[in-house]
Design a binder for this molecule. Structure first.
Ligand SMILES: [Zn+2]
Length: 338
């Protein structure tokens, strides 16, 4: 898929590849419009192999509930932001997608995985929170006809970060992939709960107080008792804290009292048992909070504490160096005010 995008920018005529980059009817004209709206991008006549455009691999974690495991990597041109776990649920009348992936290509791959299993309309795209590895593919699903739904605080959160997310996408994945994506606000928001009826099964959306971010939303498939946690739960990959560590620990404590057959974490395995699946995330933050309180009590400065805090946990987590120091800094600042 990357090769395909590389080709697009290099020449001057629309080609067959365009139809594979955009879903739905009238793709050729929409592809032209889409490229025209993006300075620096042109299409060229090239031979592209549609068979090379493959569906993302997905696991059916419960009947009708599919999850794609994102890679445990930082965003790069090679992985096109395929970092987060994303999924879909098929009802008798419609499909709902949970999180859009980190680029248009990832969204396209998930779309292909859906279409390999059902022709039912994709009625909703539910965004579990603002982070770009979960939201950058949103525009693709909106074009495919999905209504985009998120937490009541998601529109503001995205608006405040659109510029920095776009810059980061260009830096990490390159301009081609970054420019093909767009920050798109949800059309509908949830302040507390909202049920989506897919025909024969209902998804329950619940908006939570500040934890991983200030706009975390979970999705529970009532038919199979499968709970999409978004980034409230990390597996194997170091969690990243962009909200409130105390809020996050409180929320996981509360949620662990609610039974579920399984959860889908935001990163790591496609499904985990509940509530044990959150133990590692809770353990990581509990340890960091304890260490940080000791550091603050001893009068250690943030500059001295941030590179040191949590170091003993390094062996337990992937991408530790990419996230831990930032977590330590955020937690130090939060606990400073206790
Ligand atoms: Zn996140």
């Amino acid at each position: 898929m990357i090769e395909l995008l590389m080709e697009i920018c290099l020449a001057d005529r629309p080609d067959a590849c365009a139809r594979h980059l955009l879903p739905g009817p009238c793709v050729e004209q929409r592809a032209l419009d889409w490229v025209a709206a993006r300075p620096g991008l042109t299409l060229r006549d090239s031979s592209c192999d549609p068979a090379g455009l493959s569906a993302l691999p997905v696991t059916e974690v419960a009947p009708g509930v599919f999850v794609h495991e994102g890679r445990q990597e930082l965003a790069s041109p090679e992985n096109a932001g395929d970092e987060a776990n994303i999924g879909f649920v098929i009802g008798e009348e419609a499909v709902a997608v949970i999180d859009a992936g980190g680029s248009r290509q990832v969204a396209e791959g998930l779309h292909a995985a859906i279409r390999a299993r059902t022709e039912l309309p994709i009625r909703w795209l539910v965004l579990t929170h603002m982070h770009p590895d979960h939201t950058f593919g949103t525009e693709f699903f909106r074009e495919a006809g999905a209504q985009v739904i998120g937490h009541a605080r998601l529109p503001n959160a995205l608006a405040n970060r659109a510029e920095s997310y776009t810059e980061a996408a260009e830096r990490t994945m390159g301009p081609l992939i970054a420019r093909a994506a767009a920050i798109v606000p949800p059309e509908e928001t949830v302040a507390e709960t909202r049920d989506l009826d897919l025909g024969g099964r209902v998804l329950r959306l619940e908006a939570w107080p500040t934890a991983h971010t200030d706009n975390d939303l979970t999705v529970r498939d009532l038919a199979t008792d499968t709970w999409f946690m978004g980034d409230l739960v990390f597996d194997r990959q170091t969690p990243s804290m962009d909200g409130s560590v105390l809020g996050w620990l409180d929320l996981l404590g509360d949620l662990s009292g609610q039974p579920a057959a399984r959860i889908v974490p935001g990163h790591g395995a496609a499904a985990l048992p509940w509530p044990e699946g959150a133990d590692a995330t809770r353990g990581y933050f509990s340890a960091l909070v304890e260490e940080t309180r000791e550091s603050l009590a001893s009068g250690e400065s943030l500059g001295a504490a941030a590179p040191r805090l949590g170091k003993d946990l390094r062996g337990d987590w992937l991408l530790f160096d990419a996230f831990n120091a930032r977590n330590a800094t955020a937690i130090y600042r939060e606990l400073e005010w206790e």
